[in-house]
Write a protein that binds this ligand. Structure first.
Ligand code: 5RP
Length: 237
């Protein structure tokens, strides 16, 4: 395990202290979230806890089942107690840029339906301003060229210039589809001075299913680094 992975695991293990028996939990996607799912599986086995979990991707669903976690039936609940997920970037107000793993839609649905969202990350994810990581936007395959044209126009309206917008491809070729069967476009914005304004405007474009900006959703950030783990709380909203 390299240092970055060790930092991700430390953050994941620290998040475990916020989990209580009987909770309904949202499980994030990505390598940091996978550390959490594995650690949670061990804890549930050791303690005999009865938790029920909502995975945010097919990959996380498979891992949750593999480590023996019980899955949640969405008909039975309107709200989850806690979601623990990773992020590609987090700013000092705990606005997030997510979707590097392509699971942004399910991640946002689950996080927005949780009483609390804890983000787990290593120090490389903490930024002064979002946008160095290309922003993923999930787009309906129908007439996607028109939707992408509108995306480019919106970025110009936001004075972000002629932003390169790239269809995410599978390693073997062909589009990398989201779990919901949509296209993923990675938008190299470089800077996002107004995450709240941009996320609202993006989601107004017909054909945009969701975008990777999570504004005002995360409550707590747990960061693993060389000197252990630190916790950042979101400003009062
Ligand atoms: C997946 C995500 C992940 O949380 C994000 O990409 C971080 O991944 P990792 O923990 O592997 O660095 O948003 O859609």
């Amino acid at each position: 395990m390299n240092d970055q992975d060790a930092a991700k695991r430390a953050a994941a293990e620290a998040a475990l202290t916020h989990v209580k028996d009987g909770m309904r939990l949202g499980l994030g996607t990505g390598s940091t979230a996978a550390h959490f799912v594995r650690a949670l599986g061990e804890r549930v086995k050791a303690e005999g806890w009865e938790l029920r979990c909502a995975p945010t991707s097919e990959a996380t669903r498979a891992l949750a089942v593999e480590v023996g976690l019980a899955l949640l039936d969405f008909d039975e609940t309107a709200q989850l107690d806690l979601t623990v997920d990773g992020a590609d970037e987090a700013d000092p107000s705990l606005n997030l840029l997510k979707g590097g793993g392509g699971a942004l839609l399910r991640e946002k649905i689950i996080a927005a339906s949780s009483r609390r969202m804890i983000v787990i990350a290593d120090e490389t994810k903490c930024v002064a301003q979002l946008g160095a990581f290309p922003l993923p936007v999930e787009v309906s395959p129908f007439a996607w060229q028109l939707t992408v044209g509108k995306l480019r126009g919106l970025f110009r309206e936001f004075e972000l210039g002629d932003v390169p917008v790239r269809l995410r491809a599978k390693p073997g070729g062909g589009p990398q589809l989201s779990d919901g069967g949509a296209y993923l476009f990675d938008c190299a914005l470089e800077r996002i001075p107004d995450p709240a304004g941009l996320t609202a405007a993006l989601n107004q474009i017909p054909g945009v299913i969701e975008n990777g900006l999570f504004v005002g959703i995360a409550d707590t950030l747990i960061v693993g680094g060389e000197n252990g783990v630190r916790t950042v709380e979101a400003p009062a909203r």
